[in-house]
Design a protein around this ligand. Structure first.
Ligand code: AKG
Ligand code: MN
Length: 207
């Protein structure tokens, strides 16, 4: 993601975080279009509820997941290998739009469906070897607003950053963000409707 490109996208705001390159654009798609895309993704995606291994123990993931990507790719994290489905016309279109904003070509997308306030994602970094040392990850949010938390791995003096990922927003994480920061989406105390998040990634090596 080049600075030149960011200048050409005045809607892309950079968060003032040390050791990170995190940018945010509030409204990539208008609400009516987001609603249509959200429901189409719910209906046409082959959603899975997976078990993952954390510290040697099996857990059900508190959300539904799916992965799509170029032929021959697989996505492995926390002991789980997600088979990749081919690109659908809708996902190819979203990928193209996101690539235009990020200035990067992606070859895969991981989808998360947070069905309600009980669904969540624990603290982690997207630091799998298959993504390389400085991955660009583009995260598109549709549906209910959920709070995205970011915390530095070693600097206890830095507060946890909270960012409301609103309907139709795009979050970009690049540079050393995954090396130095973790992120999470907690359960919400307030009732909330469904949210689908798509993280576009570039897998550079299948392991
Ligand atoms: O739902 C989100 O905003 C976060 C998703 C995420 O961190 C991931 O898929 O790795
Ligand atoms: Mn992540």
């Amino acid at each position: 993601m080049s600075d030149l490109f960011a200048q050409a996208n005045p809607g892309l705001e950079q968060l003032p975080l040390p050791d990170a390159d995190v940018r945010f654009q509030r409204e990539v798609y208008p609400a009516a279009q987001c609603h249509t895309v959200l429901h189409q993704l719910m209906d046409e995606t082959h959603w899975r509820r997976e078990q993952i291994t954390l510290f040697g123990k099996q857990h059900w993931q508190p959300r539904l997941v799916a992965a799509h990507g170029d032929d021959g790719l697989a996505y492995t994290y926390s002991g789980l290998t997600l088979p990749m489905q081919p690109w659908t016309p809708l996902l190819s279109r979203l990928k193209q739009d996101v690539e235009h904003i990020a200035g990067v070509i992606f070859n895969s997308v991981l989808l998360n469906w947070y069905r309600d306030e009980q669904d969540s994602m624990g603290w982690h970094s997207d630091d799998e070897a298959s993504l390389g040392t400085a991955p660009v990850i583009a995260s598109l949010s549709l549906g209910a607003t959920r709070v995205f938390k970011l915390r530095h791995k070693t600097r206890a003096d830095l507060p946890t950053t909270m960012l409301a990922l609103t309907n139709g927003s795009l979050l970009l994480m690049a540079g050393l963000t995954q090396r130095h920061w973790k992120h999470a989406v907690d359960k919400s105390r307030n009732a909330c409707d469904a949210r689908i998040n798509l993280t576009f990634r570039r897998i550079i090596q299948t392991v």
